[in-house]
Design a protein around this ligand. Structure first.
Ligand SMILES: Nc1ncnc2c1ncn2[C@@H]1O[C@H](COP(=O)(O)OP(=O)(O)OP(=O)(O)O)[C@@H](O)[C@H]1O
Ligand SMILES: [Mg+2]
Length: 261
């Protein structure tokens, strides 16, 4: 719907309508839309394993507000990872629609999705997923390298980011020379350094002890407040749920509870 209205507006503009009028309409439209960074409408996803069909998502309708700090919880197999992957454009919905920062993901090619992920999304995985042969600073720089950020700026931003997450002085350590909590901090630094619109974290504290996990959540909350990035994270951990400003509970691929604090 939004893209259709946008198309009409663009056509109108290029056919000679006054710029001021176009600008006001476009701004209003965009401002209204910006309020929700994610919009899922009746999203369904079925995995096929041989003859077996597994319904991972069974009609998810969910809007996530810009700047949100949202936890997805629910039993194992309830669809948390699947939903995060679909929101982040790593996987596609079978039915329904997903919009990320105004982009209708179902209408985008693989190449467009890759570009969108690079520009807009930071991922933090349960198992950190750092590149083992790169140092901490090189891991943080990696996304900016793909984005074509010049070398000197890359290094400067990566250093500053590592300082921010409490890893000053550990810039040149490889992941194997860092603790689990330190590796996860590098992963958060890497996810956030390019100022993504949204950070998707799949059980980011699952491999951390509770004190380290709490430290990581405080860090993410600070990043949410200072960088204004939206965070959506999945978890099984009560402490993590308590940190969230909104708790979305999934069961059997459906939203069964949605609590704002
Ligand atoms: N690639 C896949 N192939 C087949 N089935 C899958 C695949 N990925 C997920 N599933 C199934 O989809 C359902 C939802 O899985 P998902 O990983 O999203 O759950 P989850 O809530 O993240 O679980 P957990 O808390 O254990 O991480 C499960 O029944 C799972 O077995
Ligand atoms: Mg999962």
């Amino acid at each position: 719907m939004l893209s259709m209205v946008n198309f009409i507006l663009h056509t109108w503009f290029f056919s000679g309508v006054s710029f001021a009028f176009y600008f006001i309409l476009h701004t209003c439209l965009y401002a209204e839309h910006k309020m929700n960074i994610v919009e899922c409408r009746d999203v369904k996803k079925v995995y096929h394993q041989g003859h077996l069909a597994v319904t991972a998502l069974d009609g998810i309708t969910l809007a996530i507000e810009q700047g949100g700090f949202v936890a997805l919880a629910g039993p194992s197999g309830s669809g948390k990872t699947t939903l995060l992957n679909i929101i982040g454009g790593l996987d596609r919905a079978d039915e329904g629609s997903v919009t990320l920062d105004g982009n209708a993901l179902g209408e985008m090619s693989e190449a467009m999705l890759a570009e969108l992920r690079l520009r807009k999304v930071g991922f933090v995985f349960q198992s950190f997923n750092l590149i083992p042969v790169l140092s901490a600073v090189e891991n943080v720089e990696f996304g900016m390298l793909l984005q074509g950020v010049p070398a000197a700026e890359r290094r400067q931003r990566a250093w500053a980011m590592l300082d921010d997450v409490g890893l000053a002085g550990l810039y040149h350590r490889r992941p194997s020379e860092l603790s689990g909590g330190q590796q996860q901090r590098v992963a958060v630094a890497r996810a956030i350094v390019s100022d993504p619109a949204i950070v998707l974290a799949d059980e980011p504290t699952a491999n951390l002890d509770s004190a380290t996990g709490k430290g990581l959540l405080e860090l993410m909350l600070r990043m949410n407040e200072t960088k204004k990035a939206t965070f959506i994270f999945s978890t099984h951990d009560k402490m993590v749920m308590d940190f969230a400003r909104r708790l979305v509970m999934l069961r059997d691929g459906k939203v069964v509870e949605d609590t704002r604090k």
